[in-house]
Design a protein around this ligand. Structure first.
Ligand code: ADP
Ligand code: NI
Length: 217
C-alpha cells in the first residue's frame, strides 16, 4: 500500500471519530495541526510521513476523547497494527503521540524531532485567535465559568487537579496558554508563536478592562 493511501485511510478513520466533537478537538483542529505540522517538518527537516500520521491520530489517543490514556493509546495502536507499516514506523508514531499532551505540565518530553514538531503544531493551535476560541469552546463544553476573579490562579497542580480541579476559561490562559510560548521545541514554531502569544495578551488586557468597567456602578 502506498504511503498516500495509508494517509487517506487514516484521515477517514479520524474524521469519522472526531467530526462532531464540540470541545475544541474537532476535525478542523486535526487539519490545522496536520498542515502546520507538515510545514514545521519541512522547515526542521523532520520525517513528513511520521509527522502527518502522528498529527492525524494525536487526539484519538487523548484521554479526554478516549475516556482514559490507556484506551486512547490502544485505539491508536489497533489502527496502526492493521496497516502495512514497518514496526519501527508504527512505534515512532505511537511514541510521538504519547508525548503531545500538556497534562498540566506533567507530560513526558518528546523523544524525537518528529514528536517535537507534532507537539509544537498542537500547541500553536492553542494560541492566537483560534486558541482563544478553542479555550471557550472547551470551557463551555465542560460547564466551566467564563471567569471568577475570586478564584486563585494555580501555579502548580497535579495532573488530576489540572483536569478536574475548579478553574474558569480565563484561568486556563494563566494556567497553560501563556506558558506555551516558552515550552515550544523548534525555532520555526517559536517564531510563529510570537504574534499568537501577543494577541492573547492583548485579548486578556481588553477582557479585564471590560470586566472592571462592567463592575463599576
Ligand atoms: P492538553 O494538552 O491540556 O490535554 P489539549 O491540547 O488536548 O490540551 O487541549 C485542547 C484545547 O482545549 C486547547 O486549546 C486547550 O487550551 C483547551 N483546554 C484544555 N483544558 C482547558 C481548560 N481547562 N479550560 C479551557 N480550555 C482548555
Ligand atoms: Ni490536539
Amino acid at each position: 500500500m502506498e504511503k498516500e493511501t495509508i494517509i487517506r485511510k487514516t484521515e477517514q478513520y479520524v474524521k469519522a471519530r472526531l467530526e462532531h466533537d464540540a470541545s475544541g478537538h474537532d476535525w478542523s483542529h486535526i487539519e490545522r495541526v496536520r498542515r502546520l505540522g507538515c510545514w514545521l517538518a519541512k522547515q526542521e527537516g523532520a520525517d513528513l510521513f511520521i509527522v502527518e500520521m502522528a498529527a492525524l491520530l494525536h487526539d484519538i489517543a487523548d484521554e479526554k476523547m478516549a475516556g482514559s490514556e490507556t484506551n486512547g493509546m490502544q485505539a491508536v495502536q489497533r489502527w496502526l497494527w492493521q496497516l502495512p507499516l514497518p514496526t519501527e514506523e508504527s512505534e515512532h508514531i505511537v511514541s510521538a503521540i504519547s508525548t503531545v499532551s500538556y497534562k498540566g505540565g506533567h507530560g513526558s518530553p518528546p523523544q524525537t524531532l518528529e514528536a517535537m514538531v507534532v507537539q509544537d503544531a498542537d500547541r500553536l493551535d492553542a494560541l492566537g485567535a483560534i486558541g482563544i476560541a478553542r479555550a471557550f469552546m472547551y470551557a463551555g463544553n465542560r460547564g466551566h465559568l467564563l471567569y471568577d476573579p475570586a478564584l486563585a490562579v494555580r501555579e502548580t497542580m497535579t495532573k488530576e487537579e489540572y483536569r478536574h480541579g475548579r478553574s474558569t476559561a480565563i484561568h486556563h490562559f494563566y494556567e497553560k496558554l501563556l506558558k506555551l510560548k516558552d515550552l515550544l521545541n523548534t525555532e520555526s514554531a517559536k517564531k510563529l508563536a510570537v504574534d499568537r502569544h501577543q494577541f492573547i495578551e492583548q485579548f486578556l488586557r481588553q477582557f479585564h478592562r471590560e470586566w472592571n468597567e462592567a463592575s463599576v456602578d
